[in-house]
Design a protein around this ligand. Structure first.
Ligand code: HEM
Length: 189
C-alpha cells in the first residue's frame, strides 16, 4: 500500500496535468490514425506512407505510457495524500475504485494501441477503441467527482492537485459557483 503524504509533489502535479493534455490531444487526433488504417485496408494508400498526424498519435501514446509509469512509480516511492478528512466511506470507495481503473486504463489504452500498431493485430486495435471509450467515461466521472468535492462539499480538494498560481486564480470563481449552489440548495430545503 502507498505511503500517505500531505499533498502531491510538484512532479506528481505536473505529471497529472501533462497526462491530461496528452490524452486530450489523443482524443482530438485519434480520427487521423483510424482514417489512415481504413485507407490502408481499402488499398487507397501504401502502409508505409504514414501521415505525420498518425505518427504523432503513436509517439504521444508511447509518451503517455512512460509518464503513467513514472506517476505510478512516484506513488509507490513517495506516496500520495489520503482521502479528504471526514469523507463518506462510500465516496472513498468510489474514489479508490475510479483511480484504480483510471490507472489500469491509462496503461492498457496505450499498450493495446502499440500492440495493434507495431504488431498489426486487429483485435488489439478493437480493444484499444473500446478501452478509449471506457477511459473517456471514467474521466467524465472523475472530473464530476473533483468538481463535486470543490463546489458542493467545499473541501478544496482541487488544491491538492493543482499548481498553486492556477488555484489562486480559480479560487474566486469556485467560491462564487459554490455560493450559488449553496443558495439553490438552501431554497430547496
Ligand atoms: C484525462 C483526464 C484525467 C485523467 C486521466 C486523470 C487521472 C487521475 C488519476 C489517475 C488520479 C489519481 C491520483 C493518485 O491517486 O495518484 C487523479 C487525481 C486527481 N485528479 Fe485527475 N485526471 C484527469 C483530469 C482531471 C481534471 C480535469 C481534474 C479537475 C477538474 C482532475 C482533478 C483531480 C484531483 C483533484 C485529483 C486528486 C484526488 C485526490 O487527491 O483524492 N483530474 N487524476
Amino acid at each position: 500500500m502507498a505511503r500517505t503524504v500531505d499533498s502531491y509533489s510538484r512532479t506528481q502535479k505536473f505529471l497529472h496535468w501533462a497526462i491530461v493534455v496528452l490524452i486530450a490531444l489523443q482524443y482530438l487526433g485519434g480520427d487521423f490514425i483510424s482514417e489512415f488504417e481504413q485507407r490502408v485496408r481499402s488499398g487507397a494508400v501504401n502502409a508505409g506512407d504514414v501521415p505525420v498526424l498518425a505518427q504523432a498519435h503513436v509517439v504521444l501514446g508511447i509518451l503517455t505510457l512512460v509518464l503513467v509509469f513514472w506517476r505510478i512509480a512516484l506513488i509507490l516511492w513517495r506516496g500520495k495524500p489520503a482521502a479528504p478528512e471526514g469523507e463518506d466511506p462510500r465516496l472513498k470507495m468510489v474514489a479508490h475504485a475510479t483511480h484504480g481503473f483510471l490507472y489500469l486504463l491509462l496503461l492498457l489504452v496505450p499498450a493495446s494501441g502499440m500492440i495493434g500498431w507495431f504488431g498489426a493485430v486487429s483485435l488489439a486495435v478493437d480493444v484499444h477503441n473500446l478501452l478509449t471509450t471506457l477511459l473517456g467515461l471514467l474521466v467524465i466521472l472523475h472530473i464530476a467527482a473533483a468538481l463535486f468535492h470543490q463546489l458542493v462539499l467545499r473541501n478544496n480538494l482541487m488544491a491538492r492537485n493543482m499548481p498553486k498560481p492556477v488555484m489562486e486564480l480559480l479560487a474566486p470563481v469556485f467560491e462564487r459557483i459554490s455560493d450559488i449552489i449553496s443558495d439553490i440548495r438552501g431554497k430547496k430545503t
